[in-house]
Design a protein around this ligand. Structure first.
Ligand SMILES: N[C@@H](CCC(=O)N[C@@H](CS)C(=O)NCC(=O)O)C(=O)O
Ligand SMILES: [Zn+2]
Ligand SMILES: [Zn+2]
Length: 191
């Protein structure tokens, strides 16, 4: 039998369970001393596994687990002075803790279909019950962080087994959303 494919500590044992009525929680970084705390009101949307090299992952994980929330639902509660933007030229302004490296929130500020949304990692919530991941994005990108290309069929099969349909960009719903925004902006599609 093939060795069990490891994706992420939270996904390897089956997907985490969501809870109807989850109304938000507090994201806490991994620092033992003076952790950064960020309050998020309401549940996350479009939660997914991301294979890109830029999203934060816990050590040993191949994928990140990342979701979005509206920017106005985010409040930095404690130790925000430890945060620094990883790459100011990136679309997603990932605010990382300089102590432990965890990305706490990543707003999209420039004109883009995702403008006004923040990317967050719900596994850093103090509480369970957030909407679980529903698909896998940027799967081919895991090769860029060292995955052997020969392992890709087994990894895609495991993602599919978990119900995380693999894609090498975003899922169809989000790609359609982006294309619709672009078509309206250019005037091809009348709003
Ligand atoms: N193959 C690239 C893909 C990077 C990428 O495009 N990531 C997506 C998913 S998070 C994105 O939207 N990035 C925008 C950004 O990093 O600001 C990599 O792995 O570094
Ligand atoms: Zn930290
Ligand atoms: Zn990513």
């Amino acid at each position: 039998m093939a060795a069990t494919v490891s994706l992420h500590p939270l996904l390897d044992q089956g997907l985490p369970k969501g809870r109807a009525g989850f109304s938000g929680s507090i994201l806490v970084c991994a620092c033992a001393d003076k952790p950064v705390k960020v309050k998020v009101e309401g549940d996350v949307a479009h939660n997914h596994a991301c294979g890109c090299t830029k999203c934060w992952k816990p050590s040993g994980a191949t994928f990140s687990v990342v979701a979005v929330v509206p920017h106005d639902k985010i409040t930095v509660l404690e130790n925000g002075d430890k945060l620094e933007i990883v790459d100011k030229s990136a679309l997603i302004q990932r605010h990382a803790c300089t102590g432990c490296g965890v990305h706490m929130y990543g707003p999209v500020e420039r004109e883009h279909p995702f403008q006004g949304l923040d990317f967050i990692h719900p596994e850093r919530f103090e509480d369970d019950g957030w909407a679980p991941p529903g698909f896998a994005a940027f799967v081919s990108s895991i090769i860029e962080s060292g995955t052997n290309p020969d392992d890709m069929p087994a990894i895609r099969a495991r993602l599919s087994e978990l119900g995380l349909t693999p894609s090498d960009c975003l899922n169809s719903a989000l790609m359609d959303y982006i294309a619709t925004w672009t078509a309206k902006k250019s005037g091809v599609l009348k709003s």
